[in-house]
Design a protein around this ligand. Structure first.
Ligand code: TXA
Ligand code: MG
Length: 312
């Protein structure tokens, strides 16, 4: 599928999957209610889970946001195009189906030439991750096809370089809250905005403010488990993803993957590993050495996705 074909599909009211630096998105014109309905139908996505609008120019913030806090242009300047999604008060004409009925709209400018070209040839696009709800997000074109078959055409941009979804933030007058952790570090957000940054604290009495974070997510069919230490022996029905640096004297079997502390590579490959686990019929995925206390953007993001996959 070429860029022009994908653009034609969207311009004629259809849906096309497109690559970004984080994961593939399921694109549709953010002003076309019927096209967006089709996105929800295809994904089997709950209607209260709002979509991110993907833009190609900073000026397009104003088409969707009714208010732009001072920190927003500073953050856009520093992190766009890139894996940062900012939540704004929405303009009255932004479709309710996009925002799940919320008074806010989430915006991001993806860092991928094909995504930016596609938006320029079409319109600002809604772009939920191009997976069936509950499945791991797609980081390769073939992942999209494995979830949707012929129902969704895919603009193939190769493997996504980051592999985990964008950092979602809310900006208030005197602080920034991270609603969904991603690659971007809280300290970098603080430096660029001049505001203190904190992760959203889980509230027991209220649903989280980023509705998508309340659903079970990112899961392979295999059971995902955490282990602090290496097992005594490796079971053949289990895929082991070992984050920690370890020294092994013997050759490792194919079902043992060692990241030697390279969290970036782990993030990039994680969803593909989950999908591979299902293709190979593994019963379990055991993650060894995950630091659940890591407060860096990447550390928190990896732990968050794995904890969700493990149902923690
Ligand atoms: O990296 C990404 O963000 C990818 C690529 C394709 O851009 N997209 C993505 O979209 O992850 P999705 O729909 O799978 O996740 C969007 C997240 C959900 O957790 C949703 O609840 C949150 O963003 N969100 C969207 N609009 C929001 C809003 N108005 N307020 C708070 N959270 C919002
Ligand atoms: Mg998603």
């Amino acid at each position: 599928m070429s860029l022009d074909e994908a653009a034609d599909q969207i311009n004629s009211g259809g849906v096309a999957a497109f690559p970004t630096e984080t994961v593939y998105g399921l694109g549709a014109d953010a002003r076309n209610r019927d096209a967006i309905k089709e996105v929800f139908r295809l994904k089997a996505r709950p209607a209260d889970n709002p979509l991110i609008v993907h833009i190609a120019e900073t000026d397009q913030i104003r088409e969707f946001a009714s208010e732009v806090p001072d920190a927003a242009p500073k953050l856009a300047n520093k992190f766009w195009p890139g894996p940062l999604t900012m939540v704004f008060s929405k303009k009255a004409d932004v479709l309710d189906i996009v925002t799940g009925g919320l008074p806010t709209v989430a915006l991001r400018m993806p860092d991928h030439p094909l995504a930016l070209d596609l938006i320029r040839k079409t319109a600002p696009l809604v772009g939920p991750s191009a997976n069936k709800s509950g499945r791991p997000s797609p980081t390769k074109a073939e992942h999209v096809t494995s979830d949707f078959g012929d129902d969704v055409i895919v603009l193939d941009g190769g493997s996504c370089k980051l592999g985990l979804e964008s950092t979602v933030i809310r900006i208030e007058e005197n602080r920034i809250t991270i609603l969904r952790p991603g690659h971007i570090d809280p300290t970098e957000l603080e430096k660029a905005s001049g505001l203190p940054v904190e992760y959203e604290k889980p509230k027991t009495d209220k649903p989280p403010e980023s509705p998508g974070t309340k659903y079970s997510h990112y899961s392979p069919k295999a059971e995902v488990k955490l282990a602090l230490n290496l097992p005594e022996s490796f079971k053949p029905d289990t895929l082991y993803l070992i984050i920690s640096e370890i020294e092994m004297d013997s050759e490792l079997p194919d079902n043992v993957i060692v990241y030697d502390g390279n969290l970036r590579l782990m993030a990039e490959e994680l969803y593909d590993r989950f999908r591979q686990a299902d293709i190979h019929g593994y019963q379990n995925v055991v993650i060894v050495g995950l630091d659940t206390e890591d407060k860096s953007g990447l550390g928190r993001a990896v732990a968050n996705r794995i904890e969700k996959a493990a149902g923690i």
